[in-house]
Ligand binder design. Sequence first.
Ligand SMILES: [Fe+2]
Ligand SMILES: [Fe+2]
Length: 189
Amino acid sequence: MTQQTKSTMSNQMGMAGSKQINSLQDLFVDQLRDLYSAEDQILQALPKMAQAANASELKKAFQTHLEQSRTHKQRLDRIFTDLGITSGGQHCEAMEGLIKEGEEALQLQGDPVVKDAALIAAGQRVEHYEMAGYGTVRTFADHLGFDKVEDLLQQTLDEEGEADKLLTSIAEGGIFKTGINEKANKNQR
Ligand SMILES: [Fe+2]
Ligand SMILES: [Fe+2]
């Protein structure tokens, strides 16, 4: 079989998980749908994160971000409408994995302060994934000349960044000072 025949066949049959992407716009749409699926999954997970959090400021941070995530999904809906395309057809496997790991934090028994640390760790992994995703589509929108769409994506990217920074400030701002470290020191003595 010649190389050309082989590649023709694989194009027709589709390699496992492969898809046809012919332009930056195709890739842009594909990645927007991936983010749409990610936001959907996050909307299911955040109420559980808020419920599991011990510190009131962490609870509030997850609740606030739940509201923001609803807006993120609405912005994507608006973008799909503006571009005249559908939102569905993608399942974000990466977010499924991140949320599965987050479930482990939800199930943790024992010191509630340590559990908060695990919830923050899980939450920040989700935010960083979203920041990478929105940063990419924002840049694609810029290249494609979709100025209004770029602006909407930038707003979401900014909110993901703020959510991440808030989690860092909660972690560094004292909720662990009288919890984890003190206990760890006592255990070492
Ligand atoms: Fe989001
Ligand atoms: Fe987020």
